[in-house]
Design a protein around this ligand. Sequence first.
Ligand SMILES: Nc1ncnc2c1ncn2[C@@H]1O[C@H](COP(=O)(O)OP(=O)(O)OP(=O)(O)O)[C@@H](O)[C@H]1O
Length: 305
Amino acid sequence: MTAPAIRLTGVSRRFGRTTALEDVTTEVPSGVVCGLLGRNGAGKTTLMSILAGHDRPSAGTVEVLGSDPFEHAGVMGSTSLIRDNQRYPEDFKLKHVLRVVPRFHERWDAELAAELVDAFRLPSRTTVKKMSRGQQSGLGIVIGLASRAPLTVFDEPYLGLDATARRVFADRLLAARLDDDEGRTIVLSTHLIDEMEQLLDHVVVLDGGRLVRAGTTEEVTAGAHSLSGAAAAVERVAGGRTPLSRHRVGGLLSLVFAGEPPAGLAEEAAAAGVQVAPVGLQDLVAALGAADRSEAPREHEAAAA
Ligand SMILES: Nc1ncnc2c1ncn2[C@@H]1O[C@H](COP(=O)(O)OP(=O)(O)OP(=O)(O)O)[C@@H](O)[C@H]1O
């Protein structure tokens, strides 16, 4: 089995009294597109900075491509971190970026970069600072994909992108994954989960700095289901099971559960007029973010149960 691209053991990051990450232990296999998901403030950007070696944890250990990435020239040279607040000199235009950035990436693909610049219709005369939000995101994607870095980390690559540009990104990401025989790993954070789900091989879900789910997309979503209908009937069919989230509008109640429905649930629900439906990744992540962490089982407790 190939070594994982990322191995986190008990990783915590505190900023004064704020805990951005708490005791995160997980692995991301090499060669996957991994979605780093969770609500605002979940700790995604903090984790990405740590993965790229720009920051280090307050506790725990991080291995990226087999080494501690913090200020490790080898790992930093193999990693491309694309974030929305990337700063360039005031007068930098596209041509300046495309001249400087390849120096940091030995596998830079100039042909792909040129193709993507066209596809995103990036302006050549405007300084980067004055590019629109979507154009700046497009530029980040050009750099991230053309770098062909063994690990590419995109923080919210979709910000401001129009529908056509999002499609270009999705297609190119897919092509990078299919064409790549070098085991390239891509980690990206996004709130547009529905749109990205089909591209994600692996997902890591954080909430309040804690790991709440990790695994292949299929593993994480397997069997997740909701019950909805008249509140009293839904409560009755749910029995004593603790839902991840509950949403009530007037007399209607909807509950989201992780995992497979218990045997006989479908028949019982049908008899009570309660609807049972599968839950996709976006709704599951939303439910995990709505869960009361004091009651919800942590991932390792759930796995042990
Ligand atoms: N440099 C810092 N100093 C103090 N607190 C910080 C710092 N960086 C992050 N935090 C805090 O750590 C927590 C996690 O922030 P982070 O930016 O990692 O979340 P996120 O999941 O990327 O959120 P979003 O989806 O909104 O981008 C937040 O409560 C944030 O306020």
